[in-house]
Design a protein around this ligand. Sequence first.
Ligand code: ZN
Length: 168
Amino acid sequence: MKTFNYCPSCGVGGILFDGIKEFNCKECSFTFYQNIATAVAVILEYDKKILLTKRGEEPGKGKLDLPGGFVDPKESAEDAVKREIREELKIEIGALQYLGSFPNIYEYKDVIYNVCDLFFYSRIKTLPADFDRAEIEELILVNPSEIPIDKFAFESTQKCLSLFCNRQ
Ligand SMILES: [Zn+2]
């Protein structure tokens, strides 16, 4: 797993990591917090079915996911959902209902990101006519009772869907 071997400020080796989120350089007192990233995902309902995606990229390429992604700097979680849906599914969505949050570990190019995933729910009246084929392999529409929870890329999504499906 990749981490900092040298201080990004003074270049001295042996920067200390507290094992949780803080990097410290003894030489120049440079401090860096690898704080939790925020990501959003949305359970999109269309005609009593749920719209799932098959991931087109690592991590979890080929596994199932919900539409969503990382929150950008200076962006609200709600705006991130709307932007991601616009980018991935080429549609606009309306009212969002916040469902809850779950921690996730996201590994990308040998770097571990600790993420807090925020889950939302929304209804759509028309299905996407197109989607971002780089990020998404396939769109899948399923009954809530038939969502294959174990086929999802991330544990956070599995936990959210387990709760959501039990409520139906
Ligand atoms: Zn330093």
